[in-house]
Design a protein around this ligand. Structure first.
Ligand SMILES: [Zn+2]
Length: 421
């Protein structure tokens, strides 16, 4: 009986999510198109009409692409769950492996491969059609293929041991397995923060120490003013893949690095680069990064505790279209992990505006920090250039923006900066 009720609840939340996302996307497209032919007055002198139209067209194209992938992903989700796809896959893997740990790891690998194959044509389309059409793609098909192979190998090297440890804990660590699993998971996340800048990112991009001496002096001056120590300033060859520009921090403790995309350095003047970096340093100094990591750890603890309870409920499996194995000595932990990953986003979707709100609050705070420690006018001109280069729309639908945007639209950020709030 619970099983039926859970199926209905799941289908209802999925339908609600699709309806909300479709409604927001169509509002967004209408709003952007309605403002396509006029640059907002406060940008009239800074952004040409052609660039504004390009941003509108790019936004509409991306939003439409988002609707298509949403529909396909939902069909795949229903196929795996209510229509019995995961049940079928599970039986195949069980037949091939004879059960035990080989079945469990095999099922997760098979599921990951099927999901990856479904995503592949969409990733290809996005890069070589959508991004290409607007002049942002700098990738060759060969590089796309090399990235994919590296990604799969890296996923196997890092993911397989993690999955194995999780499954062993689920099976053997008793009622509090989820607590130990959380410790392992958190340790893994911290390890990734160390490995990403030093080992993983260099597999995909070249990092060279910043050469420009006058820019270096300028940035070191800024770091001294705000009291920030870093292991180094690096330039990354982001232009290898995309024309979009960015700057970021990575690592933590004594290993912090600042990374500039070559595309960003090519586009911004030194005082603008300084202002953008002051914004990034603001995130660090205002403890946004620590807060984000703490939130992530707290949420994963809550979710693992929930999984600890759900994995012992028969309706959790049957309600999502899977019959748990009942043979003695066989475990359903891999099924529970996969079902949890599939179903969780459907139920947490309605909380995404909260996450976006928190993130936008941090963006305003980092902008205010940058205005105090660098030149406000340079931050504004950098924002205008970046929004233009990335073809971000200046006129998003307000509700769409409130729901999804981790960064406030440029027009609102600049208004806040000018008001000095
Ligand atoms: Zn920011």
């Amino acid at each position: 009986m619970y099983s039926h009720a859970f199926s209905i609840l799941f289908a209802a939340f999925l339908a609600l999510m699709l309806a909300v996302r479709f409604w927001l996307a169509s509002r967004h497209i209408r709003h952007v198109l309605a403002h396509r032919n006029a640059v907002p007055p406060e940008f009239a002198e800074k952004i040409p009409l052609e660039a504004h139209r390009k941003a509108a067209d790019y936004t509409v194209a991306r939003t439409k692409y988002g609707i298509v992938t949403m529909l396909v992903n939902s069909a795949v989700l229903v196929g795996f769950t209510l229509l019995g796809g995961l049940q079928w896959l599970s039986l195949q893997v069980f037949g091939a492996t004879g059960g035990g740990m080989a079945y469990q790891v095999g099922l997760i690998v098979a599921f990951a491969l099927v999901s990856g194959l479904v995503d592949l044509p969409f990733d290809y389309y996005k890069q070589f059609r959508l991004e290409q059409r607007f002049g942002f793609n700098k990738m060759t098909p060969g590089l796309f293929l090399a990235d994919m192979v590296k990604g799969v190998l890296l996923g196997a090297a890092l993911g397989l041991p993690l999955v194995w440890v999780m499954l062993v804990l689920m099976e053997r660590a008793g009622a509090l397995w989820w607590l130990y699993a959380w410790l392992v998971w958190s340790g893994f996340q911290l390890l990734m923060m160390v490995l990403f800048p030093t080992v993983i990112a260099p597999l995909f991009n070249k990092f060279t120490p910043l050469q420009d001496e006058s820019l270096k002096t300028r940035i070191e001056g800024l770091m001294a003013r705000v009291g920030f120590a870093s292991k180094g300033l690096f330039v990354m060859d982001g232009s290898k893949r995309s024309a979009h520009g960015n700057a970021y921090f990575s690592g933590f403790g004594a290993n912090k690095r600042i990374v500039f995309f070559d595309t960003l350095l090519a586009r911004l003047a030194p005082p603008e680069i300084e202002a953008v970096l002051a914004h990034e340093l603001g995130h660090f100094k205002l403890k946004h990064i620590v807060k984000r990591i703490a939130t992530m750890f707290a949420l994963s603890l809550a979710f693992l505790a929930l999984l600890g309870w759900l994995k012992n409920q028969v309706w959790f499996y049957t309600g999502l279209g899977v019959s748990p194995l009942i043979a003695p000595g066989q475990s359903n932990d891999a099924l529970a992990l996969i079902l949890f990953m599939l179903a969780l986003p459907v139920f947490t979707f309605l909380f995404s505006p909260l996450a976006s709100l928190g993130s936008r609050k941090h963006e305003f705070e980092a902008d205010a920090f940058a205005a105090r420690h660098a030149d406000k006018a340079n931050l504004i001109s950098a924002l205008v250039k970046l929004y233009e280069d990335n073809a971000s729309t200046l006129t998003p639908d307000p509700l769409h923006s409130a729901f999804y945007d981790s960064h406030p639209p440029a027009s609102i950020r600049i208004r806040h900066l000018n008001l000095g709030t």
